[in-house]
Write a protein that binds this ligand. Structure first.
Ligand SMILES: [Ca+2]
Length: 478
């Protein structure tokens, strides 16, 4: 017996029926499913007493200990501890936790673990003791799993006043629908009850989930887009054992480059093949989610589905949904003829704005991506025996100055350069993106109507030559 003020705040419930305490909706949050297990509110009807009851006591008052751990240190026990009522030899109180639909669904995947925990303690060499049992039960009330936190006896405490943290953690059996928590407090050294308990808790611990998603719903064919593979911790955000995932890609979608980037600490990521990505890692305490960015390229237009069924996981939930990408042909190159005539509306009437006048005859251009681009312009029609001027324009398409370029025209039979003209002319240094234009005077000797092809070529040391061809219609002489 210890002299003190035990039971000062006591509430001893006497009901016999077991009350079911519904878990909050979506309780797979890592929160404590036990109500009133910390004494911070006075024990009430959430605890059903078969005998005796539970009372609470301020820490550190009237000779009661603070929240101190045997072996050193303290724990966050709040202001109150719990114990059985003074003078009652054996108190038994119970609480039934009805698991919510979300929890039941998770449990029935067979991947949820359950933890019962509490701080249990006593006073000096006294034998007063309290223990806690959790029975995980099916819909018929049959116990599928039993966890027990044994009382802390004086020998374990070294006859020192204080608490020991106890916990039990096991896989929750499929079919579990409720948890019956029983607290048994035994008074040996009357009348004060010094079998202490605090922070009685039941937690559900899930496993992380894999998710997959594309950075955008559509992407051009042949261009990389990002498939993100995410490992999202369960809402308890507790540390989880090592996990592994493998995702196979659909035909026509391949990994664009390596190495693959990830923010999953310590993870190993690799593409086993162009169509398979593997990740191994672990989830630390407090980790909410991490991801792997996989650049992928669609080889053709169409819809690509990265299927959840093509994911292989160990220590994770498989993705709940597929990831879908629509691959589209790249946008066509701009029309060399320029934009169509613009229209705008004035009042209720629309009118057509004339296109900008074309200062020169139509121009034929090369369509390739060479560093020099050349275009040749000529009148579309000339009279036989007449004269014409060919205009050749060369453009430096690079970001560097091009030196030593030349422009040449190659004329078909029936077309001659005018007297004094040369077929090739040099071009001074061409700055980045700069263009130069040279003209060539020619005379059409041909008499019969025909279409002649005039060719222009630009060359520069170390540069790929570019050519352009222009058809010139020769008409009958006037
Ligand atoms: Ca407490």
């Amino acid at each position: 017996m210890r002299l003190g003020l035990g039971g000062l705040f006591g509430v001893a419930a006497a009901a016999v029926l077991l009350a079911a305490v519904p878990a909050p909706a979506g309780a797979m949050t890592g929160g404590n499913l036990v109500v009133g297990g910390d004494g911070e509110t006075a024990p009430g009807p959430e605890w059903t007493a078969q005998s005796g009851g539970l009372v609470r006591q301020l820490y550190g008052r009237g000779g009661y200990p603070g929240p101190v751990l045997i072996g050193g240190g303290t724990f966050a026990g709040g202001a109150y501890l719990l114990h059985g009522p003074n003078g009652v030899p054996v108190s038994v109180v119970r609480q039934t936790i009805a698991l919510g639909a979300d929890d039941v669904a998770a449990i029935d995947t067979g991947t949820v673990r359950g933890r019962l925990s509490a701080f249990l303690g006593g006073y000096n060499a006294q034998q007063d003791r309290t223990g806690v049992v959790a029975e995980w039960r099916d819909a018929d009330g049959a116990t599928l799993l039993r966890q027990e936190l044994q009382p802390v006896l004086p020998a374990e405490r070294g006859n020192v006043t204080g608490f020991v943290a106890r916990r039990a953690e096991d896989a929750v059996p499929v079919g579990t629908r409720s948890v019956l928590v029983t607290v048994t407090a035994t008074l040996v050294t009357a009348p004060q009850h010094d079998g202490y308990v605090d922070d009685i808790a039941v937690h559900l611990i899930g496993i992380p989930r894999m998710e997959s998603a594309f950075s955008a719903p559509s992407a051009p064919v042949g261009r990389p887009t990002v498939l993100t593979l995410t490992v999202r911790n369960s809402e308890d955000v507790e540390a989880k054992p090592a996990w592994r995932l493998t995702q196979d890609l659909p035909a026509g979608l391949t990994v664009a480059s390596q190495p693959l980037r990830t923010d999953c600490a310590g993870a190993t990521v690799r593409a086993d093949s162009p169509s398979r990505v593997s990740v191994t890692g672990a989830t630390g305490a407090g980790d909410v989610a991490c991801s792997v960015r996989v650049p992928v390229v669609p080889a053709r237009a169409g819809t690509f589905v990265v299927r959840a069924a093509d994911a292989t996981v160990d220590g994770l939930h498989a993705p709940a949904a597929d990831a879908t990408l629509r691959a589209v042909d790249p946008a066509p190159a701009p029309d060399p003829a320029g934009p169509p005539a613009a229209t705008d509306a004035v009042g209720s009437a629309a009118r057509t704005r004339p296109a900008a006048p074309v200062p020169e005859p139509p121009v034929a251009r090369t369509a390739d991506r060479r560093p020099l681009r050349v275009a040749v312009a000529a009148p579309a029609r000339v009279r036989a025996g007449g004269r014409a001027r060919l205009a050749v324009r060369v453009t430096n398409r690079t970001a560097a100055t091009v030196r030593g370029a030349r422009i040449c025209v190659v004329l078909p039979r029936g077309v001659r350069l005018a007297a004094g003209a040369r077929p090739c002319v040099p071009v001074a240094a061409l700055g980045p993106r700069a263009a130069r234009r040279r003209t060539f005077a020619v005379r059409l000797e041909r008499r019969a109507p025909a279409t002649l092809r005039v060719r222009a070529r630009a060359t520069a040391p170390g540069r790929v030559a570019a050519t352009a061809v222009r058809g010139v219609r020769v008409e009958r002489p006037a």
